[in-house]
Design a protein around this ligand. Structure first.
Ligand code: OFO
Length: 171
């Protein structure tokens, strides 16, 4: 059973996860348009992961006998100054998501909503991983600066990322 307030807060996060998906889809398309196919792949997988996050909220809200409320979403930016700035924007966004997940968890603790606390555990771990990945890529991009060969090397690396399907991800 979810409180009215918790249902609203979970729905807000569900919509934020959908915005995240749109943000990374936009980045993927932009990276592709400037010839960075590896980065386009990385952001496409990021998009797929956000859709998994979105569906986790969807499934959880429904499993508690409530229903989702889809709201209007802001349009994400559709042009980006550089690959480095795309990843800096990604990290900034993920730090915002971490704060949202922490606030949701604090609400669940306050309400003594143990089921939601357990549900959110997965996201707490996931956010640590997301931020760590972004910081690592940003570090490399800062090292190479505007060295074209270096950018191509990193683009190759980003192209090797593969999507782990939800069932395997949950294991
Ligand atoms: Fe859903 O973690 Fe990124 O936004």
């Amino acid at each position: 059973m979810l409180s009215k307030e918790m249902t609203a807060a979970l729905n807000k996060q569900l919509n934020t996860e959908l915005y995240s998906a749109h943000l990374y889809l936009s980045m993927s398309s932009y990276a592709s348009s400037i010839g960075l196919k590896g980065a386009a792949n990385w952001f496409m997988i990021q998009y797929q992961e956000e859709m998994v996050h979105f569906m986790k909220f969807y499934t959880y809200i429904n499993s508690q006998g409530e229903h989702v409320a889809l709201g209007p979403l802001d349009a994400p930016p559709n042009e980006f100054p550089s690959l480095l700035e795309m990843f800096e924007e990604t990290l900034k966004h993920e730090m915002f998501i971490t704060r949202c997940i922490n606030e949701l968890t604090e609400r669940a603790v306050k309400e003594k909503d143990h089921a939601t606390q357990i549900f959110l555990q997965w996201f707490i771990t996931e956010q640590v991983e997301e931020e760590e990945n972004d910081r690592e890529i940003i570090g490399k991009l800062k090292l190479i600066g505007d060295n074209g060969y270096g950018i191509l090397m990193i683009d190759n690396e980003l192209g090797a990322r593969v999507f782990t399907p939800p069932a395997a991800a949950a294991a």
